[in-house]
Design a protein around this ligand. Structure first.
Ligand SMILES: *Cc1c(COP(=O)(O)O)cnc(C)c1O
Length: 231
């Protein structure tokens, strides 16, 4: 799978150069390889080239891939919408969840997380453009949700995540990411210190890095077009 190996090297170079452009360390941005609706062969190719972090949106598909790569010591991030009836398998199998937007979901994950695995890393998803019908906590509910989640014993609140509406150009792309960074700073001023901004995808990761992304979630630019939805 030459394509994936080459794309991975190219993207890593671009992440480093964008970080430098932003006055940050070249290794400041972590690549989360979004493997949803991609075949196992491409995950294996990326892993063989050194990629460790993978993101999945669909529980069943993710579990299957986790099972198929058990011995490889990969880190799995759940980045899809999480229904309450699926929290247990996620708590038992994933290392991160990026899409917490309700205390109920967070509480269940904390209760269901096996102690032996250590705390589950979580990010709060913010509905940064206040879009109707979109997942994510509203900006004005964020401080309260963050304070509650920070208290849950088997979760580790790592930071914030967003999935902005598509923008036409680079300057516009920066705005929601800048806002998420400001929200993170405001939480810090309230005593909730986190280390993660999960923002930026194939089409806007440069703008996200300029605004402080620590994790970019990249799918198609790395793996190519996705297969049809099966779930
Ligand atoms: C699918 C997905 C991505 C990756 O999107 P690409 O445009 O393929 O890079 C990132 N984040 C989330 C939450 C996604 O659902």
């Amino acid at each position: 799978m030459i394509g994936v190996t080459e794309n991975l090297a190219l993207i890593k170079d671009l992440l480093a150069s964008s970080a430098i452009e932003a006055g940050r360390e070249p290794g400041a941005v972590q690549l989360l390889a979004v493997s949803k609706k991609q075949p196992l062969s491409k995950i294996l190719a990326a892993a063989a080239a050194g990629q460790r972090d993978f993101g999945e949106n669909f529980v069943q598909e993710g579990l299957q891939k986790i099972d198929q790569t058990r011995d490889m010591n990969l880190t799995w991030h759940f980045i899809g919408h999480l229904q309450n009836n699926k929290t247990r398998v996620v708590a038992e199998n994933f290392d991160w969840v990026h899409t917490i937007d309700k205390l109920k979901t967070a509480t269940r994950l904390s209760e269901q997380r096996p102690k032996i695995l250590g705390p589950l890393n979580v990010c709060l998803q913010v509905n940064i453009d206040n879009e109707a019908g979109k997942s994510g906590i509203a900006v004005d509910g964020l401080a309260e949700l963050a304070a509650s989640c920070a208290e849950l014993p088997n979760l580790r609140l790592r930071g914030l995540m967003c999935l902005p509406a598509v923008r036409a150009n680079f300057d516009e792309q920066r705005k929601p990411f800048n806002r998420l960074c400001e929200l993170s700073n405001a939480l810090r001023a309230d005593g909730i210190d986190t280390d993660t901004l999960s923002m930026g995808m194939s089409g806007d990761y440069r703008a996200a890095i300029i605004e402080g992304a620590t994790i970019v979630r990249i799918g198609t630019a790395l793996f190519g077009e996705r297969l049809q939805v099966t779930e």
